[in-house]
Design a protein around this ligand. Sequence first.
Ligand code: NAP
Length: 290
Amino acid sequence: MSDTSFKVVTIAGGTGLLGFNITYACLNDGSYKVKILRKKPESENNNANLLASKGAEVIYVDYNDKNDLVKALEGTDVIISAIGRTKELLACQRALLNAAKVVGVKRFIPSEFGAELKETTDEMHPFLKPKDEFFQELKNSGIEYTMIITGIFYEYLGAIGFDYKNKKATFSVDGNTKVAGTSCADIGKYTVESLKLPEVRNGTIRVAGFVLTLNELLKKFEQITDAKWEVSNDFTLRQRYKNNTAPVPTIWDDFYAYVIANLDIKKLHNDKFSFTPQPVTEGISALVKN
Ligand SMILES: NC(=O)c1ccc[n+]([C@@H]2O[C@H](COP(=O)([O-])OP(=O)(O)OC[C@H]3O[C@@H](n4cnc5c(N)ncnc54)[C@H](OP(=O)(O)O)[C@@H]3O)[C@@H](O)[C@H]2O)c1
């Protein structure tokens, strides 16, 4: 059953890697008036130009100015936040939520799109805490929400240890660890189709183009690059970071080591959607070509 009550969808961060794909899918769907919010000051952006040429309204906002945001959001039924994981993410999403309450937005999809957040925050990586803090505020806001969990973007497979330029894999967890992933184009489609699924109100959607062990993924990289890869393990990465023992990895190394251990997705909801996601082999082929 479709929810036909949503007419206007506003995407914050619509020019970004994922935001572009969500906005594109929304315009392709054809059921919605689509707006994208860009942060002031105005700047040239190819993605914004392309989306505007396809019918999106581009609105510049000051996320620190509530009146500005309220004006921009007037008439909006759904906010999709695809703002990048910057240090302003919590403040921007909070400002959007406050303005959303004023104008009566019906649903808010927060900028998640990765590993599922754990209920306990003790062990949560510092990069994910602002997302979790916002999610708790969203749950208590009275506005409908949908969390979308996708695993790693195909475009980011390199970050979890697959150095396809040098044909080297470095695993920070056991090779039998399962990880899930989805292409940004498919995440765009899942996000937009979720607006027509009443059962996802105040819930979590878990989708993925693949769920494989790191060893299985490595085999696919090897097949596609037609080469035997050098494989090494660095299981001490997180521990070294936590204990500040040399050689100390960067916080990004630490983040990806944390994320890999949390990337498995159980009980996928793929079958609620109308399409089959892109196979990971296609995502890998696109990566290694560049
Ligand atoms: N699962 C994964 O593998 C994975 C990988 C990457 C990202 N993610 C997640 O996916 C989401 C989107 O990430 P992304 O990589 O697509 O984002 P991104 O491309 O880095 O940024 C998206 C947009 O955010 C806006 N933005 C940037 N800084 C801002 C600020 N200070 N205030 C307001 N807006 C700002 C920009 O739009 P304007 O300049 O037009 O305003 C930008 O185009 C995030 O939640 C991120 O954590 C997941």
